[in-house]
Design a protein around this ligand. Structure first.
Ligand SMILES: *[C@@H]1O[C@H](CO)[C@@H](O)[C@H](O)[C@H]1NC(C)=O
Ligand SMILES: *[C@@H]1O[C@H](CO)[C@@H](O)[C@H](O)[C@H]1NC(C)=O
Ligand SMILES: *[C@@H]1O[C@H](CO)[C@@H](O)[C@H](O)[C@H]1NC(C)=O
Length: 345
């Protein structure tokens, strides 16, 4: 009898503890959710007429090595010893580039007074981007001269595509967006992007492809889209084609090469945490605001009911204001609102 009572009491305590743990978990979860988006549940999504995004480090996890030399016939047929030599050669080119790139940016920013009054300096930004591009294209010439990228086959591209890591949520969110999905990329191979993002319907890619001879790359690099100015021009050209549709134009990018199209879009969204991006933005008076401010800008966060008759005005100039997203999930909530289906990675 006594033992029975003791067991009951014991069980009672265990149940209480389990309930407490559960409740704790639930409140913890909902507070995470609240931080992500404290907008009302009836947010119907941003009315978008045109959507474009960058590929490298925006929809992929950053890779600093570059994979293409591994797609050449030479590399794929190489002995272990030979492939090590090629790895070293590529690594050295890559390191020289990264070091020089960082130094160039540092040097250029030293000569820019940090925008104290906070005014946007488009002229300053453009000449800065031009100079970083000049450095980058010198490096591209060295890569061409090395011959390391000659003899890339379609099969080689298919193989390296398997090693590309996508950024969490990118494809899952974009797959739910019912619009043409425009990639505007500096990447050297549109074919690779097509393979990696191939599961997305309505995918359109503006970018480069390796020039070929007899279906093998020559080792040259196509420079069709190689500067921020090129990206901006592509963005403008594509957005023109969606003129008759009502809504906003959106560009999503992560790095300084994306700045010009980001600033041209009605809504420019910066994803990722590039330090250089933040420094450059500050230097030229570009404001980076949290994505939540975008909801507030249209007064939706305070309204209980979303009024679908209100058309969000399309501005031709975003006044140097960009928005920072911490994840593709956050972008999904902005674009799709309560229609966003659960995103699992
Ligand atoms: C293009 O994408 C591939 C795969 O993610 C990557 O290895 C490479 O560094 C990218 N960049 C360029 C300039 O091609
Ligand atoms: C910055 O903008 C303000 C108005 O917003 C203007 O009065 C001022 O002259 C600008 N400063 C510079 C250096 O352009
Ligand atoms: C190149 O590829 C195409 C299509 O894959 C094929 O029809 C053509 O015969 C190939 N050319 C050479 C020279 O291998």
């Amino acid at each position: 009898m006594k033992l029975g009572r003791r067991i009951t009491r014991y069980l009672f305590f265990i149940i209480i503890i389990i309930i407490a743990i559960r409740m704790n978990k639930i409140t913890a979860l909902s507070s995470v959710k609240m931080q992500k988006n404290s907008c009302p549940r009836d947010w119907p999504g941003l009315r978008v007429r045109f959507l474009a995004f960058d590929f490298d480090s925006t929809c992929t996890v950053e890779d600093t090595t570059g994979l293409y030399y591994k797609a050449t016939e030479t590399y794929r047929r190489a002995s272990e010893a030979k492939s090590k030599v090629l790895d070293k050669e590529w690594e050295s080119l890559g390191n020289t580039y990264l070091k020089g790139h960082k130094e160039t940016i540092k040097r250029l920013l030293e000569n820019v007074p940090y925008s104290e009054n906070g005014n946007l300096s488009m002229e300053g930004l453009k000449s800065f981007l031009m100079e970083t591009h000049n450095f980058d294209s010198e490096c591209t010439k060295k890569v061409e001269a090395s011959g390391l990228l000659s003899g890339i086959s379609k099969e080689g591209i298919i193989q390296i595509a398997k090693n590309v890591q996508l950024s969490p949520g990118c494809v899952q969110v974009l797959g739910q967006v019912n619009l043409p999905l425009n990639v505007i990329s500096f990447n050297w191979s549109k074919d690779l992007i097509q393979i990696v993002l191939g599961q997305l319907k309505h995918l359109r890619i503006a970018g480069n492809n390796f020039p070929t001879e007899d279906n093998k790359s020559t080792g040259q690099i196509d420079s069709h889209v190689s500067t921020s100015f090129d990206k901006e021009a592509e963005f403008m050209r594509l957005v023109e084609g969606q003129k008759e549709i009502e809504g906003l134009s959106v560009f999503i990018g992560d790095s300084i090469g994306d700045l010009l199209p980001l600033l041209k879009a009605d809504v420019g969204i910066v994803i990722g945490n590039s330090n250089t991006m933040r420094k450059v933005a500050k230097a030229f008076g570009i404001k980076l605001l949290p994505l939540l401010d975008l909801y507030n800008r249209y007064g939706r966060c305070n309204s209980v009911q979303y009024d679908s008759s209100i058309v969000i005005p399309s501005t031709t100039d975003n006044n140097g204001i960009l928005y920072e997203a911490t994840s593709w999930y956050e972008i999904g909530e902005l674009l799709l609102g309560n229609r966003l289906l659960p995103v699992t990675d």
